[in-house]
Design a protein around this ligand. Sequence first.
Ligand code: UD1
Ligand code: CA
Length: 463
Amino acid sequence: MNKYAIVLAAGKGTRMKSMREDVSKVSFPILGRPMLQWVLEGLKSLELDEIVTVVGFGGKTSEFIASPYGKVVWQYEQKGTGHAVMMAALILEDKEGLTLICCGDTPLLTDKTLSALLSAHETNHNDLTLLTAVVDDPRCYGRIIKEAGRVVRIVEQKDCTPDIDAIHEVNAGVYVFDNRELFRCLKNLTPNNAAKEYYLTDVIAMFVEEGRKVASFSIADVNETMGVNDRYQLSVAAKAMQQRINKRWMIHGVTFEDPDTAYIGPEVKLSRDSVIRPNTHILGKSWVGHENIIGPNTYLENVQIGERNKIEYSHLCNVTVENDCVLGPYFRARDGVVIHDRAFIGNFNEMKNTEFGEDSFCSHLSYLGDCSIGKNVNVGCGTIVANYDGVNKWRSEVDDNAFIGSGSTLISPVHVGEGAFVAAGSTINRDVPAHDMAIARSRQENKEGYADVLKEKACKKSK
Ligand code: UD1
Ligand code: CA
């Protein structure tokens, strides 16, 4: 049977109270991934024939998120969830098969649940199967009304009478419909309700009245159905997602000293025997090998980390670190930095677009931009690579076994040859040949006894 999905993502998200017109609710991120993308990723693994996302408010952002996953249709005026589904008619209306509908604001739903819902629908030959959950706090959800154990309709919060208000079984906003029957019934929807909207949920009663087979599928983990309508719910969903991901890595053999303050993105791969210390973010497309100790207070984004490294109090974006390195505290590296085996990079260093060689040291307070540092090089405290002339960026190279004395400035482009020695405090603007020593600072002069003379003069002035 053909299988389709419609994702509703056009709503304004009024309860988010955003002042911005260009940002849809479903583009709010959880662990760096927009809510809508979480939903679409769940659908991806179900191998559907078509995924149609309905966008509207802040739709350009939503369209950008959804287009890699399938087709996008626009709902220019947000007249309710039923009206939103109608927007997909152009693509799906006449198609034979079933259609899974879900909302872009339920990021915790798993592919496992969705595929269980689909198979329940198919095995029981239902015309409509809806996902329900029994929750402690049913406010914000449509209530499931049953007669003789069967679903007969859904009543929205705004339309609840006190006895319906007391019902705790709610509509998760996920349904599997017979596709053709769905689009036929949508034409009969009216906005006769408190919100004056075309409710998708009214289609349920229509199916029941027509004598179609309607069933509910109750979900075990109610957290999954959580809809994010305001920023408090966003934080609750983010916490649940964080716990889900961290638990998975702990079971896999990664130690988390404080899972509550470790934020691991969905596209991150961790490996066994690594330790994640408190207040650590690892986001983007990142890969962390075995036996690393990462954190505390470390932010990594799009990084490739080998094995047995120690990285603390540091901020690394778009960086590769090989094995057995010690980085930080307070190391910042960005944009294409590659750190080779056994490098030691101590406190308060910054690197950009730099290759740092095996067994090399950069122990304190340096800036290295657009350069390559060879093997076994010592970069002294306070070294600066002056890579920018106000218009262009230039590259410098320091070859293996060279020594850069503290407080030196290398004005790019320069080349310091193998085994060369740059004396502390030098300003280097010409190449240093291999095994030479460069000293580039004014010669020191000592004036005998003059310190006391100066002091005397100063005292006289202050009288
Ligand atoms: C909806 C359901 C409710 C269910 C809940 C589950 C209806 C009428 N109510 O309520 O029964 O318990 O979800 O989370 O369906 N949207 C559009 N276009 C619109 C309006 C909404 O695309 O005109 C999208 C939103 O972007 C959102 C989804 O539909 O992703 C749900 O809309 P929302 O306003 O959040 O509905 P709820 O009040 O949560
Ligand atoms: Ca909602």
